[in-house]
Design a protein around this ligand. Structure first.
Ligand code: 7TS
Length: 419
C-alpha cells in the first residue's frame, strides 16, 4: 500500500501554493514531480564529482563513470532487460523513437513495405514514421480505435501481413488511458515477420513492465515522467537487432578507432551515445528508479487504480455536464481520466481550475489525429495521477470543476468558445 500523504513530504514543490491555494498537481502524464533524493543526487554530482565519463584517468571521472554505468544497470533491471548493453540513454521517448526510425527502420523499411501504427499514437510515435514512409515509399497503416477507447482488432489479420515491417504502438494511451494488449499484438506481429516498437512513456513509470515477457524489439520511455529529471530517457533494443544497427549520431565516444577516411564503432551501447552524455540526469534517473523500487511498482499501479476508480465515481456526479473518454474501467486504463464539457472549451476549464491551484492538461494532448480526427472534439481536459496524489486531490478537482461550470453557465458565454 502506498501512503500518498506521507510520500508528499518528499516532494518539495507539492508544499507550494498557487494563487494562494494548495497546489493540486494532476498533470503527471506531462511530467512528474521530483522527490528530494533525486534533486539531491543532482546536487551531489555537481558539488562532489562533476566530470566527463568514459575518458578520464582521474578519480572524479572514474567516479562519474561508475555512477553513470550503475544508473544504466538500474534501468536495465527495472524493465527486466537481459543486459545493460541493451540500454541506450537518450533525451526522452521522442529521441528514442527517432533513433529507431533513423537506424533500424532506415535500413529495413523499403518501397511497398508497411508500418502499422494505432490511431491513438502520441505525435512522437507518428511524425517520425510519416517522414520515413515518405522517404522510403512505404505505407502507414493504422489500427482503429473504438468509440469506448479500445483498439479495434477486428481487421488485425489483414492489417498485420507479410508486408508489415514494423508495428509501433503505444502501451498506455496518454489521451484515453487505455492499456493496450501489447503482448498479444507483439506475438501476432512477429508471426508475420514484423518488428515491434512499444512507446512506454505512460506505462513504465506507472506499472511493472518486463520487456522479456512482452517480447517486443524496442521500448522507449522518458525519465522525467517517472520522478527523474528532464533530458534523460531510454531506448531499449533487443540484442540481435541492436548488433545490426548502424549508429545515428556520429562523433566522440561512439568510435573505437578513427583514421582520416573512416572509423570503427565502439562497443554497445556506446556507439549510440555520441558526445558527452547527460551524466547528472542519468545518475539521478537511477535515484528515481531506487525510489520507485522502494515503493514497489505493483503498489504504484494499485494506488493509481484506486485513484482512477475514485475519479470515475465522483466525476459521474457530473454526468449531465461532462463526457468521459476512454475505457472508464480502472483495471483497463492507466491512472488518468480525460473529459470534456459540452459547454466550456477545455482551455477555459484548465484556466479556471488553475485559479483554484489545480494543474491539469487541456488541449489536443499531442495526439491531434485521435482527439480531433477520431473523437471529434477540439480538445480534452485530462487529470493524471501519481504516487503522491490522494482522493482528496480528486475531490478538490471535482469541486473546482463544479464551480467552473456554474461560473460559465452564469456568464452564458461558454457556448461561443466551443468550436
Ligand atoms: N509518448 C507518449 C505516450 C507520451 O505520453 C509522451 C508525452 C511522449 C511519447 C513524448 O514524451 P517526451 O518525453 O519525449 O516528450 N506525453 C505528454 C502528455 O501527455 N502531455 O505532455 C506530454
Amino acid at each position: 500500500m502506498i501512503d500518498a500523504g506521507a510520500i508528499r513530504h518528499d516532494f518539495p514543490v507539492l508544499s507550494r501554493t498557487v494563487y494562494g491555494k494548495r497546489l493540486v498537481y494532476l498533470d503527471n502524464a506531462a511530467t512528474s514531480q521530483k522527490p528530494r533524493p533525486v534533486i539531491q543526487t543532482l546536487v551531489d554530482y555537481y558539488e562532489g564529482y562533476n566530470s566527463n565519463v568514459h575518458r578520464g584517468v582521474h578519480a572524479l571521472s572514474m567516479e562519474a563513470t561508475q555512477r553513470y554505468e550503475e544508473a544504466r544497470q538500474k534501468v536495465a533491471a527495472f524493465i527486466h532487460a537481459p543486459s545493460a548493453e541493451t540500454i541506450i540513454l537518450v533525451r526522452n521517448t521522442t529521441e528514442g523513437i527517432n533513433l529507431v526510425a533513423n537506424t533500424w527502420a532506415a535500413s529495413n523499411v523499403g518501397p511497398g513495405d508497411e508500418i502499422l501504427l494505432t490511431e491513438m499514437e502520441h505525435h512522437s510515435n507518428l511524425v517520425p514514421w510519416q517522414k520515413l514512409a515518405r522517404q522510403k515509399g512505404a505505407r502507414l497503416r493504422f489500427i482503429p480505435v473504438t468509440h469506448d477507447g479500445f483498439l479495434d482488432l477486428s481487421d488485425i489479420d489483414e492489417l498485420l501481413n507479410p508486408n508489415t515491417r514494423l508495428l509501433a504502438m503505444v502501451h498506455v494511451s496518454n489521451v484515453l488511458g487505455t492499456i493496450n494488449p501489447v503482448r498479444e499484438l507483439t506475438r501476432k506481429a512477429h508471426a508475420v515477420g514484423a518488428a515491434v516498437l512499444i512507446d512506454g512513456a505512460q506505462s513504465v513509470p506507472h506499472m511493472p513492465v518486463n520487456v522479456k515477457e512482452l517480447g517486443c524489439d524496442f521500448m522507449a520511455f522518458s525519465g522525467h515522467k517517472m520522478l527523474g529529471p528532464t533530458g534523460i530517457g531510454v531506448l531499449w533494443v533487443k540484442d540481435d537487432l541492436l548488433q545490426e544497427m548502424e549508429p545515428f549520431l556520429l562523433g566522440g565516444d561512439m568510435v573505437k578507432d578513427v583514421h582520416r577516411e573512416d572509423a570503427t564503432w565502439n562497443d554497445l551501447p556506446y556507439r549510440f551515445e555520441a558526445g558527452t552524455p547527460n551524466i547528472a540526469d542519468a545518475i539521478a534517473l537511477g535515484a528515481a528508479i531506487d525510489y520507485l523500487n522502494d515503493l514497489g511498482m505493483k503498489n504504484v499501479r494499485d494506488h493509481e487504480m484506486q485513484l482512477t476508480r475514485h475519479a470515475l465515481e465522483v466525476l459521474s456526479e457530473l454526468a449531465g455536464d461532462i463526457d468521459l473518454y476512454g475505457p472508464k474501467d480502472p483495471s483497463r486504463q492507466g491512472g488518468m481520466v480525460s473529459f470534456s464539457s459540452r459547454e466550456v472549451h477545455p482551455h477555459d476549464l484548465g484556466t479556471l481550475l488553475d485559479r483554484e491551484g489545480i494543474a491539469i492538461r487541456a488541449g489536443h494532448l499531442c495526439a491531434i489525429p485521435l482527439v480531433r480526427g477520431r473523437l471529434k472534439v477540439p480538445g480534452l481536459a485530462r487529470a493524471s495521477f501519481y504516487i503522491y496524489n490522494t482522493e482528496e486531490d480528486i475531490d478538490l478537482l471535482v469541486a473546482a470543476l463544479k464551480k467552473a461550470l456554474t461560473f460559465f453557465r452564469a456568464k452564458g458565454v461558454a457556448a461561443s468558445h466551443v468550436h
